[in-house]
Design a protein around this ligand. Structure first.
Ligand code: SF4
Ligand code: SF4
Length: 446
């Protein structure tokens, strides 16, 4: 492609395998000193022990391609596609390598310059057009709802019919939660008592369709803590799924729409209860760096975004907490712990609930295998990681598992179910809501 950087090898000039539009930065790649501290937390290295499926190996592959010493062939792309984008390597890296920016740039290069098969392109396009549009997602789920309600799911599972489906479809089917009725939140939920903040709530695509009860719980808890909660009707997908999948143009268009919607709502904070969404929204300033009309607004917007646990932990509690006598295992979502650095806040909120016993899950830094659309495009690796996580969770014998990301909730439920462990998996805010309202949580869930 014209304008692509070129490098020399002997006297020969080698063209980069990347095009000139934001290739992965040499400066960032050169910060890697090959120390290997990131290897034990990298989920693909943990399960496969292959250097090329480690952060160090992937940075090396990026460098080879940038220097024209590798092409974007099936093998090269396979190692990069297998990355979960979990950012555990960033937390572990003593040299501060910003792997997030490297993989984001590399993924966009792959989508532009690597010819995926027609079937693969269609599959990815279907996921990115459906999972970024709650209306479309609901429409697609209608027949599946019938499939569940008519008892066909139970029959298909019992008779082994599902085994006839391709792995990816089986994985999609197994992740599907029991679908309830969609419930839209009011546009404005008033604060209880004196208003302390006016906050906007991102309802999310997967969250609003699969977990509307999480959004309802979030609005109740925020209102109980003195916040007026605004749910802009014209909000769209935040663009997290496309940005993590390298679909740059789609991600930027959705980011602009999200900024427009929340600016109109005139809120002082944008509260997010889906870690994957929050981590992207906090990066809008960087994502829109080439857009003179939006860059300043994007930075201002990003500064207003807070994960719900981060926001609530910063508020002096107002609503009394009722006891919940439960052993609760907290699962760190990667996009909360690694991408946003939010670890202590959810634990602090849970610890304030009387009688609640907080349990730590071993290997907390390692991803559960959810990672955006990862469990839909790489179901085998996702399943292996899910089983590994379920084993660690089950060893703690919790009454409830909580996490702060819808993808993790789906993945943990499915993996625990596969392990024969029936335990409720809830969002952190659902437990807070139950405590504030004095409600109980069933001891074993379904
Ligand atoms: S983002 Fe996660 S999967 Fe990818 S290289 Fe880093 S640790 Fe490994
Ligand atoms: S920890 Fe950082 S510097 Fe060390 S190998 Fe991993 S990415 Fe490179």
């Amino acid at each position: 492609m014209s304008g692509a950087p070129e490098t020399t090898q002997g006297s020969k000039i080698l063209p980069s395998a990347f095009d000139a539009h934001h290739p992965p930065s040499h400066e960032l790649m050169d910060q890697c000193v090959h120390c290997g501290f990131c290897l034990p937390v990298c989920p693909t290295y943990v399960i496969w022990h292959d250097e090329m499926d480690s952060p160090r190996g992937r940075i090396y592959l990026m460098k080879l391609a940038a220097d024209g010493a590798a092409t974007l062939n099936d093998k090269w792309v396979g190692h990069l596609d297998a990355c979960l984008g979990c950012m555990a390597c960033m937390t572990a890296c003593p040299s501060g390598v910003d792997y997030g920016k490297l993989i984001e740039a590399t993924r966009a290069q792959i989508e532009r310059n690597y010819p995926r098969s027609k079937a693969e392109r269609l599959y990815r396009r279907m996921i990115l057009s459906t999972f970024t549009d709650p209306k479309r997602l609901r429409a697609m789920l209608l027949p599946l709802k019938v499939y569940q309600k008519a008892g066909l799911r139970a029959v298909a599972r019992k008779t082994g019919l599902l085994k006839l489906l391709p792995k990816r479809l089986r994985s999609m089917e197994s992740l599907l939660p029991d679908l309830g009725a969609a419930a839209d939140l009011p546009e404005v939920t008033p604060a209880q008592g004196q208003r302390r903040h006016r906050v906007g709530l991102l309802t999310g695509c997967v969250q609003s369709v699969f977990f509307p009860q999480v959004n309802a719980a979030t609005a109740r808890v925020l209102a109980a803590e003195g916040c007026e909660v605004v749910v802009p009707r014209d909000q769209s997908c935040c663009g997290a799924l496309p940005v993590h999948a390298g679909a740059e143009e789609q991600a930027l268009a959705l980011a602009r729409r999200t900024i427009d919607a929340f600016e109109r709502a005139q809120v002082d904070t944008v509260v997010v209860n889906a870690a994957g969404c929050g981590s992207s929204m906090k990066e809008y300033g960087y994502m829109l760096r080439d857009d003179p009309q939006y860059v300043a607004r994007a930075r201002a917007f990003a500064a207003k975004c807070k994960d719900v646990s981060e926001f609530l932990a910063g508020l002096e509690p107002r609503a009394p907490r009722n006891p919940l006598r439960l052993r609760v295992a907290y699962h760190d979502s990667c996009h909360l712990q690694h991408a946003q650095g939010v670890r202590g806040q959810p634990r602090a909120l849970l610890a304030r609930i009387p009688q609640l016993e907080l349990l730590e899950i071993p290997e907390a830094a390692v991803c559960c295998g959810s990672a955006g659309i990862y469990n839909l495009v790489q179901p085998q690796a996702a399943e292996e990681l899910g089983d590994r996580k379920a084993g660690h969770v089950a060893a703690q014998n919790p009454d409830v598992v909580v996490s702060g990301n819808p993808g993790c909730l789906l993945q943990l439920r499915t993996s625990l179910e596969r392990a024969g462990k029936r335990v409720p998996v809830l969002h952190t805010v659902e437990l807070l809501d139950a405590s504030i309202r004095g409600m109980s949580i069933p001891a074993s869930g379904d």
